[in-house]
Write a protein that binds this ligand. Structure first.
Ligand SMILES: *Cc1c(COP(=O)(O)O)cnc(C)c1O
Length: 385
């Protein structure tokens, strides 16, 4: 047997962007048992674990309904399909986001209408939306990096225009918005419907592709329930032409073990973000994500900005720190959307985010020693300039 190499000392072991292995080992026995139970009872499709997850996630979020789906992207698509979005329609979506916020619009044969973002939060900008909302059939707001977009400001614009607001909550499970009167509104309860992703690295992550939709609208829920499963709620009784976008029972079983730890994981992320902010404020030309007390981020990403982004990114990666760029190119400038004919300069705030942002590793299992090492390397980079 080959000897096991000595473990790298914690001071120089690589620090990944997210540590899925550490997360698994925290709950290994429970997860293994949950997976085994599904394998033993073989209810791989629409098993009881799916129903259980839908009930638990609706309760966590505070909505009447939750519908398990195959992915966050599928969730957005099912919402748009249920709303009847189709060829000739336009749907507003921010330019600073992951492309999955926009792709389902194109799958419907509709066209994304990109909107610039707020320079401070990176979220869809209410004034920019107001200026470009005429004629759109729906608006998708994105709680980007885990921070809620300004629900009441955006909601006022969509309400005045009479169009439905969809929340892309793929990065923001459990994030809260605090209204002017102090009422707390959880992400996923405000819009007509919200899309969540359980992609493995998300704040609530499965062991593969998975997602869900939350809504309080019964009619929309019933439509989406059919669309997700070949247009049927009773086997071989197909009322409409649907899709195959169900949540796997195995994934639901994993999620059911992990969901009870989500709130605690989010709090840990917030504590780590506060530490980063305390230790990195004033270093080099760094822009630090502001804490917005009325929009409690769950820090899916901890995003800093600097004019020296590419050099800092390379410097950290060379030293084993898995910093990464979310996202290097705004969606309107992606080759996939070249056919829309957008030019650089059209959405300057989104473009500035793409040019300057860098995400530092953040996840509940990150230790303070690891955080200190990341901070030390960032400081060393700027000291050398
Ligand atoms: C991850 C993500 C999605 C897509 O979710 P998948 O489960 O990967 O399909 C959509 N929007 C945003 C903002 C995301 O981060």
């Amino acid at each position: 047997m080959t000897p096991v190499p000595p473990a790298a000392s914690p001071t120089d072991a690589p620090i990944p962007l997210v540590d899925l292995k550490a997360a698994y080992h925290r709950q290994k026995d429970e997860i293994d048992a949950a997976i085994r139970a599904v394998v033993e009872n073989t209810r791989f499709i629409q098993g009881l674990e799916v129903v259980e997850h839908e009930r638990a996630f609706a309760a966590f979020t505070g909505t009447r309904y939750c519908l398990g789906t195959g992915s966050g992207t599928a969730s957005i698509h099912l919402i748009l399909a249920a709303l009847g979005i189709g060829p000739g329609d336009e749907v507003a979506v921010p330019a600073h986001t992951f492309i999955a916020s926009a792709e389902p619009i194109s799958w419907r044969g509709a066209r994304p209408r990109f909107v610039d973002v707020d320079p401070v939060t990176g979220c869809i900008d209410p004034d920019a939306l107001k200026a470009s909302i005429d004629g759109v059939r729906a608006v998708i707001g994105v709680h980007i990096h885990g921070r809620p977009f300004d629900l009441d400001a955006i909601g006022a614009v969509t309400a005045a225009a009479g169009v439905p607001l969809i929340e892309d909550a793929a990065q923001a499970h459990g994030a809260d918005y605090v209204r002017a009167d102090g009422t707390v509104v959880r992400v996923g309860t405000y819009g007509l419907a919200a899309a969540f992703s359980y992609y493995p690295g998300k704040n609530l992550g499965a062991f593969g592709d998975a997602g869900s939709i939350t809504t309080n609208d019964e009619a929309l829920y019933e439509k989406m329930r059919r669309l997700r499963d070949h247009g049927s709620v009773r086997k071989y009784d197909h009322e409409v032409v649907g899709f195959a976008d169900r949540l796997d029972t195995l994934q639901a079983a994993v999620l059911n073990v992990k969901l009870p730890r989500l709130a605690e994981g989010n709090e840990r992320r917030r504590a780590l973000a506060a530490l980063f902010t305390e230790k990195l404020t004033g270093v080099g030309d760094l822009w630090i994500p502001p804490e917005t007390p009325n929009r409690r981020s769950v820090y899916h990403h901890y995003v800093i900005r600097t004019k020296h982004r590419d050099a800092l990114h390379a410097y950290l990666n060379e030293r084993g720190i898995g910093a990464t760029i979310h996202y290097p190119r705004p969606v309107h400038l992606q080759p996939a959307y070249a056919f829309l004919g957008h030019r650089r300069g059209e959405f300057p705030n989104a473009e500035a985010w793409a040019d300057e942002v860098l995400s530092l590793p953040i996840y509940p299992e990150l230790t303070e020693a690891q955080l200190d090492r990341i901070v030390a390397e960032v400081k060393a980079f700027f000291a050398g300039r």
